[in-house]
Design a protein around this ligand. Sequence first.
Ligand code: PEP
Ligand code: MG
Length: 584
Amino acid sequence: MASFTLHGIPVSRGISIGRAHLLTPAALDVKHYLVPEEQLEKEVQRLQDALAEVHRGLQALWTDLPKDAPTELGAFIDVHALILSDPMISEAPLDIIRTRHYNAEWALVTQIDELSAQFDEIEDEYLRERKADIQQVAERVLKVLMGSAQLAPAPRAAGDEFQPQMIVVAHDISPADMLQFRDRSFIGFVTDVGGQNSHTAIVARSLDIPAAVGMSQASSLIEQDDWVIIDGDAGVVIANPSPLVLEQYRARQAAMLKARKKLLKLKKTPAITRDGTAITLLANIELPDDCPGALESGAEGVGLFRSEFLFMGRSGHMHTLPDEDQQFEQYRKAVVAMKGRPVTIRTLDIGADKPLDPTEHTALNPALGLRAIRYCLAEPQLFLTQLRAILRASAFGKVRILIPMLAHAFEIDQSLAMIEQAKAQLREAGHKYDSAVEVGAMIEIPAAALAVPMFVRRMDFLSIGTNDLIQYTLAIDRVDYEVAHLYNPLHPAILQLIAMTIAAGKKAGIDVAVCGEMAGDTKLTRLLLGMGLREFSMHPAQLLSVKQEILNCDLGTITPHTRKIMRSMEPNAIAEAVAQLQTI
Ligand code: PEP
Ligand code: MG
């Protein structure tokens, strides 16, 4: 097999070497996980049982058919029964379970996809249309399988002996689908589309698994079971590498792992610069289950809990959002897990690349549409429910409320009024909450940074969302790989907006954090410190590397250099000076 190399966008650090698992869009609609060797036969049995049950169901349909039923109806049941008994359906998926370790649903969908592709090539229209019958049969089986889901072997738990070496290759993966991979069944991700700071990339980073996106043709060029190397630092994917290349990457991989292990020694070391300034390092999380990982990395609290992930990817629950009690349980779980450290819960930031229901019609410019706080203010009952749940969790530890995508004073005022309303409702219902709960604003729209005094006057703290700040300032869709090369955190306009926000917070004596991806980029740590930033919030996986930068940094030395950088309006000079900061 010929070796080839693809270049795209690096999104999650590290090197992975494994076999390609192609994920079709249909496969994303079902659960997909790898079944450990010793449970394979149980999984095969689960699929066989489902096939048998559908068979029985079809037979029952036949027997119950009224005498005067149209003859086509009987014929239609016959066709379905025939398809079900065909080895292509009754045997091939069982082989997929045994050879590829796919769970039953995934194995079935993979086989149906392969069959559908063959049907598409058939000239005869009548035969071509039988594809729909096959899909209907598959749906019957899937329905039974999903009903028996509780009998399915549980996805792998952390620390399990089973070591898969699978790399997911897909056209696209939504952030909600990405969350499904939390059990770490896979060691890398490659997608055709996506940007550096799309939420899919962010979740990949939070899983700390090498990934590269924007690979344009990867899912059509790479074949099932091809050997693949992902260089997550360079955004390079090598398919079918030669033994020599493989050896080189294995050596690099081993060196990286060693360096990471060494970093673990810094876990308990306080993050203080060489000249004695203490810096706060916080974690970004998607779900309460991320809290142990945050503590493991030495985080002093949660700086950003992206609460929308509780609402997303609830397949089968699309229109039943988590209610107040369910949300409260999740927020409380995070608060308790953080053992007294602050937990900053961002209110629902739904929309753009995080739709509540991916099947719903999306606006023409979703990033500019009814997103985040705009959505919440338009749906006051949904917002009040979330606010009550967050406030109730504040009785169990330090909670801070963070509001995303604010631009207008009236949005701030309305949000604050609704928090007061939620408090009043809780008092009436006899629920406890922290009456001094702090409320902060995300600064992620250029208008917010330019009018930051308007925020400082009303808010207890600020958190700069550089991902959106860059998207909106430079008018670049953060998800669109075709404009990814224009996504430049060092654009002078971006640096000015960040500096203005930090300065305004300092003047007013309120905390300012950066919780966008810039906070976790070690190449930018010194620049941000020199700009006066004292609070960084990032994925736990990045925290110790950033801490190491802080420990090696002397603020007195870098601050004058940073001032000079801030006076420059020349991107090349800025990039050069920032690189040089690293060497001081
Ligand atoms: C940001 O915009 O920088 C941010 C932290 O929020 P999100 O990435 O969830 O939009
Ligand atoms: Mg944002």
